[in-house]
Design a protein around this ligand. Structure first.
Ligand code: BG6
Ligand code: MG
Length: 222
């Protein structure tokens, strides 16, 4: 397969906001006296705001009304927004912007595939919104990762089929979404994580289109 499109998750791939989401959820969980650590947080990565809250409530065996859920989500989001208020272009993760600029130069389509409703404001804050040909985010999704809807919509915006696109993901739910949608799934994270991905890198520093194509080709020849 020749790479024609790249679909980027946001939190934990483009910028380290995955940790900021954790800090905000942790604060809410503490208030509710629900035990919640980075271990439990791993399975929340990539999920929508509501799915994340429901996971946390299940951890504490807590049942609350829909109105209470809205109130709790709003509280978490306000805290998250306070934390990300400080982020800027310096917070783009290593190699991301360089890779995107190369992809644009070479005519490869770039689309965002994020569950976050805050995605556009984060991209504008870090100054790379204009590098995207398309945006799919939490505002226009009916199903959260691990459903492939987010990436299927992204590939359609680029005018491509899933088999022509790579998905960049730091979350298990996102890797599953990519796999079930028929995309090449590139896992981004510490060695040994995201074992279901087709290929893995620790971060995007020094990742070029040529290196990506080598990863795809070597997976295909296996
Ligand atoms: C995903 C994050 O990108 O977006 C999740 O991995 C987060 O941790 C989800 O819960 C929803 O984000 P938001 O900004 O809409 O609350
Ligand atoms: Mg992520």
């Amino acid at each position: 397969m020749k790479i024609s499109g790249c679909l980027f998750d946001l939190d934990g791939v483009i910028v380290d906001t995955a940790n900021h989401h954790y800090v905000a959820w942790k604060s809410l969980a503490d208030e509710l006296a629900i035990p919640f650590t980075e271990v439990e947080n791993e399975s929340l990565k990539g999920l929508s705001r509501l799915d994340s809250l429901e996971c946390i409530l299940r951890l504490g065996n807590l049942e609350v009304s829909s109105n209470k859920k809205i109130e709790l989500m709003e509280k978490k989001n306000q805290l998250y927004l306070q934390i990300v208020d400080a982020i800027g272009p310096d917070d783009i993760l290593p190699g991301v912007k360089e890779l995107m600029l190369e992809l644009r130069n070479k005519g490869i389509g770039i689309c965002l595939g994020s569950s976050s409703k805050n995605a556009i404001s984060i991209l504008k804050r870090i100054g790379i919104f204009d590098l995207f040909d398309g945006i799919v985010d939490g505002r226009n999704l009916t199903l959260s990762k691990p459903d492939p809807e987010v990436f299927i919509k992204g590939s359609k915006i680029l005018g491509l089929t899933p088999s022509e696109c790579i998905v960049f993901e730091d979350a298990e739910s996102g890797i599953e979404a990519a796999l079930s949608g028929g995309f090449f799934a590139l896992g981004i994270g510490a060695e040994g994580s995201l074992k279901r991905a087709h290929a893995n890198v620790q971060d995007l520093s020094d990742v070029t289109l040529e290196k990506l194509q080598v990863l795809v080709d070597s997976h295909e020849s296996n």
